[in-house]
Ligand binder design. Structure first.
Ligand SMILES: *Cc1c(COP(=O)(O)O)cnc(C)c1O
Length: 340
């Protein structure tokens, strides 16, 4: 029985074609700058996202950490969403390792940060305060696509207020595919952008950070300091190149499957699901706490993995197809039938 894993899009396994290019990858020592496949991945990503340069990192967390450490010095701060990955889900790395203070603000319902509130959070030049240096946004944010005109406004705002602007673009290709736009239209306002290869794009390991040459040179230094200099990393970079070449357009299938899943789940009274809010590859479903654990246990017995939680977060990806969605809906239906 095929296991259907809806816990995250990080669970994808490299495809046979991806494994073949990994096995055949030309490699060298990347700390010496000698790995041709890493160099090709970095050049390809920079070109694709519209930046001068890019840096291959072992994770998205590391890509964001290096970006924040490059933009901000000790005693400076970044403004970030209260629910953003770069604040809530990265172990406080910027504070722990960079002596950089986060200033979290609640996100709006559409995943944006209200720029008027951001303006009020910028500290005056006074030695009582940390120096506000950077604004971090996330796209997609909890599966939501930030409006492109908001990104433009955020860019203008950052320039006016002399802030740097970083995008946690772990799933930026999901946003671009959803909007049917060139990803560069979404990345242009930013000084730096991180992107995950190891989520819906299906690579086993790796992220990238993009920026201008000077920025990437400095980020490369911090990567070494943080222990992230890898050697024959071309084996991993080959997977990333394959992902960029073959796994972007198909993200539309994941969005389609998420919509299909949401519409199917909406029919169950015990679940609160609004298919209209499903924009990309994530479905959120409100559910009672004890029912939730029971559902997770029951589905596991059927070879379907979900993370219990309220709301439940179900994520579609490369290893989940339309038929699998049918199997999930059937299993959920059988579960609720047994409850009555
Ligand atoms: C997954 C993720 C990251 C980084 O994840 P890693 O697991 O460290 O690769 C960063 N931001 C967002 C929004 C993410 O979803």
């Amino acid at each position: 029985m095929k296991i259907i894993d809806l816990r995250s899009d990080t669970v994808t396994r490299p495809t046979p074609a991806m494994r073949r290019v990994m096995a055949a990858a030309e490699v060298g020592d990347d700390v010496y700058g000698d790995d041709p496949t890493v160099n090709r991945l970095e050049a390809t990503a920079a070109d694709r996202l519209g930046f001068e340069a890019a840096l291959f990192t072992c994770s998205g967390t590391q890509a964001n950490l290096l970006s924040i450490m490059t933009h901000c010095a000790r005693g400076e701060e970044y403004i970030v969403g209260q629910q953003a990955h770069t604040y809530k889900y990265e172990g406080g790395g910027a504070a722990v390792l960079g002596s950089i203070q986060p200033q979290p603000l609640d996100l709006e319902a559409d995943g944006t940060l209200d720029l008027k509130r951001v303006a009020r959070a910028i500290k005056p030049d006074d030695f009582h305060f940390a120096r506000t240096r950077l604004l971090c946004l996330e796209n997609t944010q909890g599966g939501k696509v930030l409006p492109p005109d908001y990104l433009q406004k955020a860019g203008e705002f950052a320039r006016e207020r002399k802030l740097r602007l970083h995008l946690d673009g772990a799933r930026i290709f999901n946003a671009a595919v959803k909007l049917g736009m060139d990803v560069q239209e979404l990345t242009a306002p930013f000084d730096s952008v991180s992107v995950c290869l190891s989520k819906g794009l299906g690579a086993p390991v790796g992220s990238l950070v993009c920026g201008d040459r000077e920025f990437i040179k400095e980020a490369r230094r911090w990567r070494k300091v943080c222990g992230g200099g890898m050697r024959q990393a071309g084996i991993l970079a080959a997977a990333g190149l394959h992902a960029l070449a073959h796994h972007i357009d198909r993200l539309a299938d994941d969005h389609d499957n998420a919509g299909r899943l949401a519409r199917g789940l909406q029919k169950f009274e015990a679940l609160q699901v609004d298919p209209a809010t499903v924009q990309t590859n994530m479905v959120f479903a409100g559910i009672e706490a004890d029912l939730c654990q029971k559902l997770a246990d029951d589905l596991q017995a059927e070879g379907i993995l979900i993370s219990p939680g309220n709301p439940l977060r179900l994520v579609t990806h490369l290893d989940v197809n339309r038929r699998d969605i049918g199997r999930v809906l059937k299993a959920v239906g059988a579960f609720f039938h047994r409850q009555t």
